[in-house]
Design a protein around this ligand. Structure first.
Ligand code: C5P
Length: 401
């Protein structure tokens, strides 16, 4: 949910500020980019240098920077526009009150007023301050602006008192934001199964039959699905690509048989399955246990058919929306339609090898989407992330129809 998101973290001056070091680590681990704005008093509780090191970005404390004899301006408007979301944690009673009343006497507050993105805040204060009608009024006012409160937790407070007012634990803050972002996304609650990459079919312990698929299309489809709220099982053949999104369960396999087994295991409760892998149709009938020695004359390797994963998923289909890929060189539309029907698919993505810039090992692709009613939509040459968006748009419009 947070993968690739730009998060602007505002830290104000409460003892809970020390916990923001863990918070930043968690946000970065979830794949976010983090920039930090602190109030001057927050700097007394946690070191800007620590936070700058963890976030890999300079930490901003003031409107003006004076460094090495030069003066520069920290642009709060630009920061506000950079952010996909702003999180103010800890949010002290003082800052909450200022936010609620449009006070703008530091960089953090100016950035808050400039931010057009969703704003989350995690109050942190002593229990009596938290209960005070003035604090309650600030919280209500901020929620009426659409800002989202991550409620304080109960427990021991720095004052020695016990009660409500502790800043939510960093793990809970991250979970709150992730769950909130997931709400209302088109694939929230859906399980998606995607195959990607090539397969390698062993000839002997060091050699294999394979193909040039990079896996990019399948990985982009997986990333996009996760961003749209799905839980994704990505079954990939050998590739250098990685998937860091917390909603993607990456299962690495080598051969078609392993890919088949992984898909069977995950298919029953899948809502949408997309087979984007370039699966080898054949494998050596007998993979040698030892490395094959070179001999005079030719070598014949007997091949046998691999299981057709997509076909098997089409046979077992109950409620799943099933999508395949077709890479064709001639009679493209007719062949793709044939495949769609033979494999009992709900949609097929056709790449024509005749299209310049499309297909294997490239950053771009040009596709045609055909659904089971043979409705056809052709797209222009696009980057693979864009193509992934188009494919998901086609699928989502049909599963929500
Ligand atoms: O029949 P053809 O191999 O052209 O179909 C391509 C589609 O079938 C792709 O979606 C590919 O991922 C899938 N496929 C498969 N298992 C195979 C061969 C192809 O899932 N053994």
């Amino acid at each position: 949910m947070l993968g690739g998101k730009h998060i602007l973290l505002g830290i104000t001056g409460g003892i809970a500020a020390y916990k923001t070091t863990f918070l930043v680590r968690l946000l970065i681990k979830a794949g976010a980019q983090v920039k930090i704005v602190m109030t001057q008093s927050a700097g007394s509780f946690v070191s800007p240098l620590t936070l700058s090191t963890l976030s890999k970005n300079p930490v901003l404390l003031d409107f003006v920077n004076e460094e090495d004899g030069s003066i520069s301006w920290n642009n709060h408007v630009e920061l506000g526009l950079w952010a996909d979301l702003m999180l103010i944690a800890p949010a002290t009673a003082n800052t909450l009150s200022k936010m609620a009343n449009g006070v703008c006497d530091n960089l953090l507050l100016a950035t808050y007023l400039s931010a057009k993105c969703p704003v989350y805040f995690a109050p942190a204060m002593d229990l009596d301050m938290y209960q005070h009608p003035s604090t309650k009024a600030s919280l209500e006012k901020l929620e009426s602006f659409g800002n989202k409160m991550i409620p304080a937790e109960s427990g021991e407070l720095a004052s020695g008192l016990h009660g409500e007012g502790r800043m939510a634990e960093p793990e809970n803050i991250v979970q709150f934001i992730e769950e909130d972002l997931a709400q209302g996304l088109p694939l929230t609650g859906k399980k998606v199964l995607i195959t990607a990459g090539p397969t390698h079919e062993a000839i002997d312990p060091v050699r294999f039959l394979g193909n040039r698929s990079s896996g990019t299309m399948g990985f982009e489809l997986a990333k996009k699905a996760a961003g749209l709220g799905a839980k994704v099982v990505l079954v990939s053949g050998p590739t250098h690509l990685d998937a860091t999104h917390s909603s993607i369960d990456l299962i690495r396999v080598t051969s078609a048989q392993e890919m088949y087994d992984a898909c069977q295991k995950h298919y029953a409760d899948t809502d949408v399955a997309i087979c984007a892998a370039a699966v080898a149709d054949y494998r050596p009938k007998h993979a040698a246990k030892e490395k094959l020695k070179k001999k005079d004359g030719d070598l014949n390797i007997e091949l046998e058919r691999n299981p057709d994963i997509l076909f098997s998923l089409g046979e077992k289909k109950t409620h799943q929306f099933l999508v395949g890929f077709a890479l064709e060189t001639e009679n493209e539309l007719e062949n793709a339609k044939g495949k769609l029907q033979r494999k009992n698919l709900d949609g097929i993505v056709l790449n024509s090898l005749k299209d310049e810039g499309a297909g294997f090992g490239r950053d771009t692709n040009k596709i045609t989407f055909i659904d089971k009613n043979l409705k056809i939509k052709t797209f222009g040459l696009k980057t693979k992330p864009e193509v992934a968006s188009d494919i998901w748009e086609e699928i989502i419009s049909r599963i929500h129809a």
